[in-house]
Design a protein around this ligand. Structure first.
Ligand code: MRU
Length: 344
């Protein structure tokens, strides 16, 4: 994969900090953040410097490791208590993507297995565990891309929403994986990219990734999908996900469910790409998934030179919505292509 300089999150060469691409600055600047403690990791996730469900999970795992580095000289009980507190800070950064709590819990289980050892040895075990989570994600993304490519014939014309590419994961991504893998093999596609209001992950990140990968890419505003589908010729919608309930109801970036309603209306297949850590069996349906609510200034100010709404206006800004399983044609995981009825 030549089109991104590196994985969006990794350890520094001396393994004392996380080196993260600051996704807020893309596409105009490629800047890196060095995250050295739990507060910095939580802040990077909360502000979407690091974002995308799998990438958040990887960052959280490395975050528990760098927190352990920061406490390594402490007496073991103090080390353990401080690490638990730091893990809680990281886990609470954002509520919807289950990969965050999944990764933090896995790191705490690792700590539990090594509790008889010294803080330095526990820290070393945590580094290995975080690197394993990272390596597993690379492998899952590759398998998801291979599976998804079976649904994507040469010349496919697809709509995608938000960013489920390399920046949101490692290497191939999930929702963009089949496009990126197919392009590598010389296939041609046309991708229509929803800009994804209000934080513009589609315009800033997906258009950037697909364009750099040499894929024929057209950017459009979110409210143009119906116009495009009505013209015919769209062969699929492809999106990632932040949490999938046991019945297949799927939380993903706000606007995803609207796209799924349109896809059903126009007879376009709607595909969700999902690594297994994003499945949350403790949620029976989408109604059990907590939706993050964010500040209104993301709508009125953030990406504009001047405010585009009257000062003090009340805003509604849910970051995600639930696509009912009934609107999903297939869920593609690293193990295969699943068709309804979904039962995880
Ligand atoms: O708020 P974000 O940018 O973290 O939202 C990301 C998404 O909604 C992605 O589609 C999802 O995390 C899947 S990433 C493979």
């Amino acid at each position: 994969m030549q089109y991104l300089p590196n994985d969006p999150v990794r350890l520094t060469d001396d393994k004392t900090a996380i080196l993260a691409i600051d996704q807020r600055a893309l596409p105009s600047e490629t800047k890196y953040l060095e995250l050295r403690n739990a507060a910095a990791v939580a802040e990077a996730i909360r502000t979407l410097a690091v974002r995308g469900a799998p990438c958040i999970g990887i960052c959280a795992a490395y975050g528990v490791y760098v927190a352990a580095c920061a406490h390594m000289q402490e007496e073991k009980n103090t080390f353990s208590a401080h690490l638990d507190a730091d893990a809680a800070v990281i886990a609470s950064a954002r509520p919807t993507a289950v990969n965050l709590s999944w990764a933090v819990n896995r790191m705490l289980q690792c700590k539990g297995r090594h509790l008889a050892e010294s803080p330095a040895e526990i820290t070393e075990a945590l580094r290995t565990e975080a690197e394993t989570i990272h390596a597993e994600d690379i492998d899952m993304c590759r398998r998801i891309a291979e599976n998804g490519l079976r649904l994507l014939p040469e010349g496919s014309r697809v709509i995608t929403h938000c960013n489920a590419g390399a920046l949101a994961t490692s290497r191939y991504g999930t929702g963009l994986g089949p496009l990126l893998l197919g392009a590598e093999r010389g296939m041609t596609f046309h991708a229509f990219v929803d800009e994804t209001r209000p934080l513009l992950q589609g315009a800033r990140l997906t258009a950037y990734e697909l364009h750099r990968a040499g894929i024929d890419t057209t950017l459009m505003c979110d409210n143009m999908a119906s116009y495009l589908m009505a013209q015919g010729g769209i062969t699929a919608c492809m999106v990632g996900c932040d949490r999938v309930a046991a019945n297949g109801d799927t939380a993903n970036k706000i606007g995803t469910s609207g796209l799924a309603v349109l896809a059903q209306h126009y007879g376009v297949p709607f595909y969700v790409f999902c690594p297994s850590p994003t499945i949350d069996r403790s949620c029976k349906t989408g109604a059990d998934i907590r939706i993050e609510q964010r500040e209104g200034d993301e709508i009125t100010h953030l990406h504009f030179a001047k405010p585009v709404a009257p000062a003090g206006i009340r805003c509604l800004n849910p970051a995600f919505d639930i696509t009912p399983a009934s609107l999903i044609t297939a869920i593609i995981t690293e193990t295969g292509i699943l068709y309804p009825p979904f039962a995880f």
